[in-house]
Design a protein around this ligand. Structure first.
Ligand SMILES: [Fe+2]
Length: 579
């Protein structure tokens, strides 16, 4: 049976027009504040202490930037505008059109999310500018007969009426059901699961990997199948949305039964535009089903902000202060629309997204952010011949603070499996065999010194069973991680599982044109499939197994799912084995 939240959201029209991209996108005082920040810290993350270190870096940045800039970026926090509390009886249409979500499970705690949006395709989502009280409850059963926790929270207009409820006092390693209510409206029911106790012996952990869901490239059918899987959590590895224009027919979806409003047919730049884009994506019934079925652990890639940006460097030639404001808008809309906890709430153009999650003694997840602090791509980005510019020692992918945090954290890891959910391909990946090959300057191949530092850090910390989990590439890969990439006989030090896209790239094929060439060029490549889908990772004490799920097509709804291939890892014996 399809759950109630599968119902389609009817397209809406009307509403107030958005500012055009050609007009000044951001208010003058914000642009002045951003200019001020840049003047004080013109360098990017390669300069130590410019915002890439948690705490110290940001404090330095903000203190020296001055109170005016801080105030300008902080406007829009609840209380600053004194929005009135309104009677929920004023909500005349179902406000739970975007469904519910949960995220970042801890032992006995989970984060619950929803956003009130009676008209998600309109700026302001069809609500007056005021706050609304929303009740929530968590139960042991889906009929809500045995309530575990309940409470009330406030949906603030400053956060676009989103709710982030950190529920504590739950049992560890347990399934719960949750829902929200405001006025006469009750949300769909979500299912979630808390993490096990830190010392618990966990027999099995099942997570799905997902990434790259371009709405305009096809249907999110993979999410409908992912919703049906038996999982502890979903790791979303970025490109949750794309900033590109979406036409009236939804691009490759080729809608015949609806027309999307013209306000989606432009690149997202402002806070209002990013918020609307989440409204469009989250109105997709398959994505809502996935969120309602499992807790999500998310990190972003570039498209939640802008294609291939690096730290404070935009893709294109725009004024630096404009990009900083765009980043602040994108980060804020991201947090508002995702089941993320309060420490992840952005401060202006900064957001602490990297964080660590544990699942008993079985698994440690170090969730990375490879966008916010990285050096600019070398040689103008894209596929290039490597050279001294890409190989410079000082180049960073994580920023000094995050890199230190990662390696320090590994030193105290007692986990059987150490997993690195992150965005871009970690293993070396040559495009052709032999001399004259090129590498992707946007992936870790463009930051080889940083990659070597991470691998050396893992080795020095003595962590067990390193598995890098990757999105971004729109194909499924399995790589052995080598101590020396030039020597196929060199020691294997870990594995990388890259999940394919949910929909980006439209319909894929099992063996893309470069299939044989890539295996020849990269002896440590163990698996490659070019179809759309997701990946299920099953961790046990002695084995880890990756099952690459694929859907034959995304340009038509309702495709079936199959397993394109499976790989096995044996604890203590690094390297991928075909199943
Ligand atoms: Fe992507």
């Amino acid at each position: 049976m399809r759950p109630a939240w599968h119902r389609a959201v009817p397209p809406t029209t009307g509403g107030s027009p958005l500012s055009r991209p050609s007009s000044p996108a951001h208010p003058a005082e914000l642009r002045a504040a951003a200019r001020h920040l840049l003047r004080r810290h013109p360098a990017g993350p390669e300069t130590p202490g410019t915002g890439d270190r948690p705490g110290v870096g940001r404090r330095t940045l903000l203190t020296s930037a001055g109170a005016a800039a801080v105030l300008a970026f902080a406007t829009g926090l609840p209380g600053s505008a004194h929005a009135a509390a309104l009677d929920p009886a004023r909500i005349k249409r179902d406000p739970f059109t975007l469904g519910v979500a949960s995220g970042d499970p801890l032992p006995g705690s989970v984060l619950l999310w929803t956003r009130l949006a009676p008209r998600p395709y309109e700026t302001g989502s069809g609500l007056p500018r005021g706050s609304f009280a929303v009740d929530w409850e968590v139960a042991e059963d889906d009929r809500f007969a045995r309530i575990a926790r309940r409470g009330s929270a406030t949906a603030h207009p400053e956060f676009d009426h989103s709710l982030h409820v950190e529920v504590t006092g739950l049992e560890p390693a347990r399934v719960y059901f949750y829902r929200f209510r405001t006025g006469k409206w009750i949300s769909p029911v979500g299912r979630t699961r808390t993490a096990p106790d830190p010392g618990a012996r966990v027999r099995e952990l099942r997570v799905a990997l997902a990434s790259c869901q371009a709405y305009h490239d096809g249907y999110f059918t993979a999410h409908a199948h992912l919703a049906e899987e038996d999982l502890d959590a979903v790791l979303h590895l970025g490109d949750y949305l794309y900033e590109y224009p979406v036409g009236a027919g939804g691009g490759a979806r080729a809608y015949r039964d609806r027309k999307l409003p013209g306000r989606f047919d432009r690149e997202t730049r402002t806070l209002a535009e990013y918020r609307l884009r989440y409204g469009l994506y989250k109105s997709d019934p398959d994505l809502r089903a996935a969120h309602a079925a499992h807790p999500f652990v998310l990190t972003w890639d570039d498209h939640e902000t802008e294609n291939n940006y690096a730290g404070r460097k935009p893709e294109n030639d725009v004024r630096p202060e404009d990009f900083l404001l765009r980043r602040a808008a994108a980060y804020r809309a991201y947090w508002e629309n995702q089941p993320l906890r309060l420490p992840q709430r952005p401060k202006g153009p900064d957001m602490r997204l990297y964080r660590r999650l544990h699942f008993g003694r079985l698994a440690q997840f170090d969730v990375l952010d490879t966008r916010q602090y990285r050096s600019d791509q070398a040689y103008g980005d894209g596929w290039q011949r490597p050279g001294p510019k890409s190989e410079a020692i000082r180049r960073t992918m994580l920023g000094a603070g995050q890199e230190r945090w990662l390696i320090d954290g590994w030193h105290s890891s007692t986990a059987r499996w150490n997993l690195l959910p992150q965005q871009v391909t970690f293993a070396r990946r040559r495009d052709v065999p032999g001399p004259g090959h090129k590498l992707s300057m946007d992936s870790w191949d463009g930051y080889p010194a940083a990659r070597a530092r991470v691998l050396a850090g893992a080795e020095a910390a003595g962590i067990r069973n390193l598995v890098v989990l990757t999105g971004d590439v729109h194909v499924a890969y399995g790589f052995d991680l080598k101590q020396d990439w030039d020597d196929p006989a060199a020691r294997t030090v870990g594995a990388e599982i890259a999940t394919t896209s949910i929909s980006s790239g439209r319909n894929g094929t099992a063996q893309p044109a470069n299939w044989s060439r890539l295996f020849e060029a990269n002896p440590h490549l163990r698996f490659y499939d070019g179809r759309r889908g997701y990946t299920v990772l099953t961790l046990r004490e002695h084995t880890a197994r990756a099952d690459f799920r694929a859907v034959p097509a995304v340009t038509v709804p309702g495709a079936s799912v199959l397993t394109a291939g499976s790989l096995l890892m044996i604890a203590g014996s690094p390297g991928l084995r075909p199943v």
